[in-house]
Design a protein around this ligand. Structure first.
Ligand SMILES: Nc1ncnc2c1ncn2[C@@H]1O[C@H](COP(=O)(O)OP(=O)(O)O)[C@@H](O)[C@H]1O
Ligand SMILES: O=C(CO)[C@@H](O)[C@H](O)COP(=O)(O)O
Length: 496
């Protein structure tokens, strides 16, 4: 048996997988709080992730009806980019600033300039720095909280931190490290010189975690943690990775030709590539995958974070929200919502705010506003798909994951807006499943077995009932709605 953990923005999910039986035995999740403040601040206490992991793991194992000592290995997936800076005792010097924090956009702009603009970033890192990546958070901490900065002994990412808590080892792997901004995604190595540019007082040899190969274990679960979690001795912890990298594994997106789209707090699109993809478009990030190869990715910041905002404003539960959306016509009778509530990464508008246009005395209804926010978030992803260029050529099927993929109306909307067939895996928490598969890969390869492709074949099952085919009339209607969305982008933000 293997365990997969995914520490997302809103919750931690755990799945228990029986690889030989080709079954998911149990799943559970626990929420985390998000500390939102003025100026784009988005932070979380790493201790809450551990608390959520404890709770979700205990419940998932209980639901699976197994003895925890049957677990052979654990894989951990985590929200990307969050800065977890630890002191010499392994305690965070400051709360984790998250991927969706836009408070550091000025520091990001300055860093890009210091690295020689977009061309300099591409040359040094294989991608262009974005607000949200770890680098500008570190520059911000140095300037705004020098005392905390002065105590830094180690720089980790959220999944590295959970691996550290489980094993006591400070390690990292290429997939998640790709999103730091001090890692060269082509050579899969830290860029100590770039880190020195950001944080000259820190010694890269001391603060950067040791890089391990995706197939190598991060370590074994510490004895006291194993006891507390009801696990046996010597449980392996695989390298883990960023949630998008493990979501790719959990959707079988480990070879070219597939696109995974996640409707989580963020929206992401990614496609596997055996070669590094250094796009001429700064919005496409040349991340590494967390098995081998690369995973070029586009990320929008406002997806279920945006729909939740409007849903909660109207006091609706998820089912009623879905009904409201379904009851309004395509295009929400002219209402257009650009959902950049906390700035945006794609398009590159870190300091933008959301806007609502086209309201009249006739179309200002709850149903239209619910539809407008879901459409706005999905059209934003359509804009992201356009940036993907040749990576999306020939696209005809999207593997849809993340919380929003549970909504039938949203699945159909994605199919119609992208003009592609949409299908969900049976496990929509694909990052947690991907983490369990990576754990099985790591554990079984020690005895010479367990190819990842074969593991994916056994466990990644598609849910035929979730299939949504593009409807030609709706596809045509959305073409107009997308043109309107683009006009608003041009008028309000000068994005053409
Ligand atoms: N049926 C649904 N319709 C719309 N949104 C949904 C539905 N089910 C879950 N969600 C949303 O999905 C989000 C959680 O998605 P998830 O992928 O777990 O996020 P993360 O990994 O970023 O924490 C929540 O905001 C939740 O409201
Ligand atoms: O910043 C990115 C990708 O670059 C986000 O996709 C985060 O990795 C958060 O993911 P979710 O919590 O939305 O799954």
């Amino acid at each position: 048996m293997y365990l997969g953990v995914d520490c997302g923005t809103q919750s931690t999910k755990v799945v228990v997988v029986d690889v030989d039986g080709e079954r998911i035995l149990g799943e559970a999740s626990r929420p985390h709080r998000l500390d939102e403040g003025e100026g784009g601040r988005r932070e979380q206490a790493p201790a809450e992730w551990i608390e959520a992991l404890r709770g979700a793991l205990g419940e998932a194992v209980a639901r699976a009806g197994i003895d925890g000592r049957a677990i052979r290995a654990i894989g951990v997936s985590g929200q990307q980019h969050g800065l977890v800076a630890l002191d010499g005792a392994g305690e965070p010097v400051y709360p984790a600033k998250l991927w969706c924090d836009t408070e550091t956009s000025a520091w990001n702009a300055e860093l890009i300039e210091r690295l020689g603009g977009a061309a300099g970033c591409l040359d040094k890192l294989g991608l262009v720095l974005q607000t949200g990546y770890t680098a500008s958070k570190l520059a911000w901490l140095r300037e705004r909280h020098p005392k905390a900065y002065g105590r830094i002994a180690t720089l980790l990412l959220p999944h590295d931190y959970l691996n550290f808590w489980l094993t006591g080892e400070k390690v990292s792997e290429a997939g998640d490290a790709s999103g730091t901004g001090y890692f060269d995604t082509r050579t899969r190595r830290w860029r100590e010189d770039v880190l020195a540019e950001i944080a000259p007082e820190l010694d890269p040899a001391l603060v950067l975690p040791r890089l391990i190969d995706a197939r190598e274990p991060a370590g074994t679960v510490r004895l006291e943690v194993a006891r507390e979690l009801g696990l046996g001795e010597g449980v392996l912890v695989s390298s883990g990775g960023g949630d998008n990298m493990l979501g790719a594994i959990g959707t079988g997106n480990i070879r070219p030709g597939l696109v995974t789209l996640s409707l989580g707090t963020s929206g992401t699109l990614c496609a596997y590539s055996p070669e590094p993809v250094v796009a001429d478009n700064a919005m496409v990030a040349n991340f590494c995958a967390s098995h081998d190869g690369w995973l070029p990715l586009v990320c929008t910041m406002n997806v279920t974070s945006a729909t939740t905002r409007i849903r909660e404003l109207f006091g609706l539960d998820l089912a009623t929200f879905g009904e409201r959306v379904a009851s309004a016509p395509i295009g929400a009778e002219g209402a257009t919502l650009l959902p950049f509530f906390n700035g945006e990464r794609v398009p590159m508008l870190p300091e933008a705010s959301a806007s609502l246009d086209g309201l009249t005395s006739l179309n200002t209804t709850q149903a239209n506003l619910c539809r407008a926010v879901m459409e706005g978030a999905t059209l934003g992803l359509r804009y992201g798909l356009d940036q993907f260029g040749r990576l999306a050529e020939g696209l005809h099927e999207i593997r849809l994951i993340g919380g929003g993929s549970r909504s039938p109306v949203w699945r159909q909307m994605v199919a119609d807006i992208t003009d592609s067939r949409v299908i969900c895996p049976e496990v929509t928490d694909a990052a947690a499943l991907g983490a369990a598969l990576q754990a099985a890969w790591c554990h079984r390869s020690r005895s010479g077995g367990g190819e990842l492709a074969e593991l994916c074949e056994r466990l990644v099952h598609l849910d035929e009932a979730s299939r949504a085919e593009p409807d030609p009339a709706s596809v045509a209607a959305y073409r107009e709605v997308y043109a309107r969305f683009r006009r608003r982008l041009a008028e309000r933000h000068g994005i053409h």
